[in-house]
Structure formats: structure tokens, C-alpha cells
Design a protein around this ligand. Structure first.
Ligand code: DX5
Ligand code: ZN
Length: 224
């Protein structure tokens, strides 16, 4: 089935010293969302940025802010991210004990709710909360760092996730994150992804606009 792909550059690979410029450059280059990776040094080994930097990113663009919380007990911090302009707040199923309650809390704060699954986590982790989902994020690397290699055996998991989402009579984005470049974007979109995150695959190229245009071309030609 042909669908437009939503492209969400991950600011993890942007130049942190000139974040506002990089965010507006990637927006002008044709990005759809800005993907914002939050890491706490506990759920994942790395530490990144919090809600104050999200507010600064929000001042640099009108694009929807897609917040990916790789933190333990995300329920303790969702209000701060909701207040600073997040459109989507995605939590890890592995990081919150009461996932259903956390998703409801995200909605009550006026945001769209997502769940992310580590490569080793099965889709059954979301099966019983699917009614609360606006986005399902399949990790195709172990979260924590940009620039890692795409885990190929995740492709059938993306197809299974597409089947699960299509069994629901409501739009839920199927997002894929980790190691996505122009070389494999068509493969993940063919498997059913509707949104892709790309950090190094966009920010470490010479022209953001050429790269994003190339990504769209490859998806379109493989689906035509
Ligand atoms: C990884 C993050 C990703 C990361 C992707 O833990 O969730 O969003 O920035 O970076 P690339 O595209 O370089 O794998
Ligand atoms: Zn991410």
C-alpha cells in the first residue's frame, strides 16, 4: 500500500552549538517533524537534553515536536515536556510500570501518545493498550546513541506492527528509529512504516534538502 512517509530528523545528530540554525535548516529542507531524543543515563547509557532545550527548539520551528523519552519512570517528566511544546510524547514500554496510565496522562496533558519498543521487546507489550496509542515506535537499534547499524531482523517486526495497527479502525503512526538512511528507507517503508527517524542519515550529509528529497524519491519509486 502506498502512503506518504513522514520524515523526522533526530536532533541528536545536529550541531548542539547551533541547534536553532540546524533545526530551521532541516525544516526548510523539507522535514515533517523534529525528533527529540531525551536520555537519562539510566534507561540508556547516554545523557542528552531536557525540556528547556525542547522549548528552545520549539522557538526555532513550527514543525511538530516528536519527543522520544528514553528515561526511567517517564511519567514523572511528561508534564514538563507537554508544557514546553511537545506534540507527540513517546515513552518506552520497558521504562514505565503502568503503561496504560502513563498514556492516559499524556493525553490529559493535550499531547499525542506513543510507545516505543526496544529490539528485544515483543509487540504483545502494546497489544492491550493499542486504544490509547497515536504512535508506535519500533527501535531498529538499541537506544542510546546515534550512528549505530540498523538491525535487519527488525524488518519482519515492522510488518507485524503494521498488521496490528491495520486491525484497528483509527490512524496510528508506525515510526521506525535507528540506522535509517537513504539506503534502507524504502525497505522499512515497504514493511509498513509511516514515519521514519533519521539522525546521522540526514545531519551528517552535505545537503539536508538533497537527502530528504532522495529519501522521498526512493520510497515513492519502491511503492509505485
Ligand atoms: C537512538 C535514538 C535515535 C537516534 C537515531 O537511541 O532514539 O533517534 O538519534 O540516530 P541514527 O539515525 O543516527 O541511528
Ligand atoms: Zn529516537
Amino acid at each position: 500500500m502506498s502512503r506518504n512517509v513522514t520524515i523526522a530528523p533526530s536532533i541528536l545528530s545536529a550541531d548542539f552549538g547551533r541547534m536553532a540554525e540546524d533545526v530551521s535548516a532541516v525544516a526548510q529542507a523539507g522535514a515533517d517533524w523534529i525528533h527529540y531524543d531525551v536520555m537519562d543515563g539510566r534507561f540508556v547509557p547516554n545523557i542528552t537534553v531536557g525540556p528547556d532545550v525542547l522549548a528552545a527548539v520549539g522557538r526555532a520551528t513550527t514543525l511538530p515536536l516528536d519527543v522520544h523519552l528514553m528515561i526511567v519512570e517517564p511519567e514523572r517528566h511528561i508534564e514538563a515536556f507537554a508544557k514546553t511544546g511537545a506534540e507527540y510524547i513517546t515513552v518506552h514500554a520497558e521504562a514505565t510500570t503502568h503503561l496504560h496510565r502513563t498514556l492516559q496522562a499524556i493525553h490529559q496533558l493535550g499531547c499525542k501518545a506513543g510507545v516505543s519498543l526496544n529490539p528485544a521487546t515483543g509487540l504483545d507489550a502494546v497489544q492491550h493498550v493499542i486504544e490509547e496509542l497515536d504512535l508506535l515506535l519500533i527501535m531498529t537499534v538499541n537506544p542510546g546513541f546515534g550512528g549505530q547499524k540498523f538491525i535487519g531482523p527488525m524488518v519482519p517486526k515492522i510488518s507485524d506492527a503494521r498488521e496490528l495497527i491495520d486491525s484497528i479502525d483509527r490512524e496510528i503512526h508506525l515510526e521506525v528509529d535507528g540506522g535509517i538512511t537513504v539506503a534502507n528507507i524504502a525497505e522499512v517503508c515497504d514493511a509498513g512504516a509511516s514515519a521514519i527517524v533519521s539522525g546521522t542519515g540526514i545531519f551528517k550529509t552535505d545537503s539536508y534538502s538533497d537527502t530528504i528529497a532522495d529519501m522521498r524519491r526512493r520510497v515513492a519509486s519502491s511503492q509505485s
